[in-house]
Design a binder for this molecule. Structure first.
Ligand code: HEC
Length: 155
């Protein structure tokens, strides 16, 4: 009986330690992807502003920002979306809807649309405000299409 208890306790420790580790890894992945999207916004924001006429158009800056979007969206970010990191599992921490995992690979298609929209914008952004305006809708549409389906309004 004593041995049995020891085995049980050992088993409890064996499962407790990795669980704690996994929980941290999930929290870190959530923060990392939110940081990733903040980086995307930091680059997309001024481009939206230029298109609206709220930020002065600057060809060199526009080109740099759009090129950064191409670089950022080229990153394969699958590591940032572990199972169990959805809003239902981690309420208050993330707006990522369970549909991301439940309907996979639908979300990946939205990601591909963002890659194409960034490339199209990068081809035009440095060539004048008209070109930027022509392509900016594609970028905004790609953000919105994914947020509509896969991002909750609240945490
Ligand atoms: C493939 C889907 C997808 C695309 C495309 C996408 N997003 Fe998101 N975005 C998300 C999801 C999901 C979250 C929620 C992440 C979380 O809370 O864990 C998010 C969160 C964000 C956040 C909030 C980050 C924070 O502070 O929590 C910002 C800002 C953002 N996105 C901006 C953008 C912009 C700008 C674009 C387009 C240029 C874009 N996103 C395109 C899925 C996407």
């Amino acid at each position: 009986m004593k041995l049995f208890n020891t085995v049980l306790i050992a088993a409890a420790f064996a499962t407790a330690a990795p669980t704690a580790l996994v929980a941290d890894e999930i929290g870190d992945a959530i923060k990392a992807r939110q940081g990733y999207y903040k980086l995307i916004r930091a680059n997309a924001g001024p481009l939206f502003g230029m298109a609206k006429g709220e930020v002065e158009y600057d060809a060199e800056r526009a080109q740099m920002l759009a090129s950064n979007l191409v670089t950022l969206t080229a990153m394969k970010n699958g590591e940032l979306w572990p199972q169990g990191s959805d809003k239902a599992s981690r309420p208050g921490e993330t707006r990522a809807l369970p549909a991301i995992w439940e309907t996979y690979p639908a979300v990946a298609e939205k990601g591909k649309a963002l890659v194409s929209a960034s490339a199209a914008l990068a081809d035009a952004a440095g060539g004048g405000l008209d070109g930027l305006r022509e392509k900016i809708g594609g970028l905004g549409g790609a953000c919105k299409a994914c947020h509509d389906d896969f991002r909750a309004k609240d945490f």
